[in-house]
Write a protein of this length. Structure first.
Length: 68
């Protein structure tokens, strides 16, 4: 999914849905780091992508909190 599409998808969700997605992204990041440490990870750029997605989710949650 492209960056703009992902951001538009995030802005259409509620805060509870965003928090659920944030937890899932953090779990994925943990698993990727674990695989990287055991040399089982093929695509190391996925770690960077997930970290940025977590930051995007946090930004949308913060913006939604300021609007309310």
């Amino acid at each position: 999914m492209k960056k703009k599409e992902y951001i538009n998808d995030l802005t259409g969700k509620t805060v509870d849905e965003l928090k659920t997605e944030l937890v899932a992204a953090k779990k994925e990041l943990f698993n990727l780091r674990f695989q990287n440490a055991t040399n089982q990870l093929d695509n190391t750029s996925r770690i960077k992508e997930v970290r940025r997605n977590i930051a995007r989710i946090n930004t949308v949650i913060t913006a939604a909190g300021k609007e309310a």
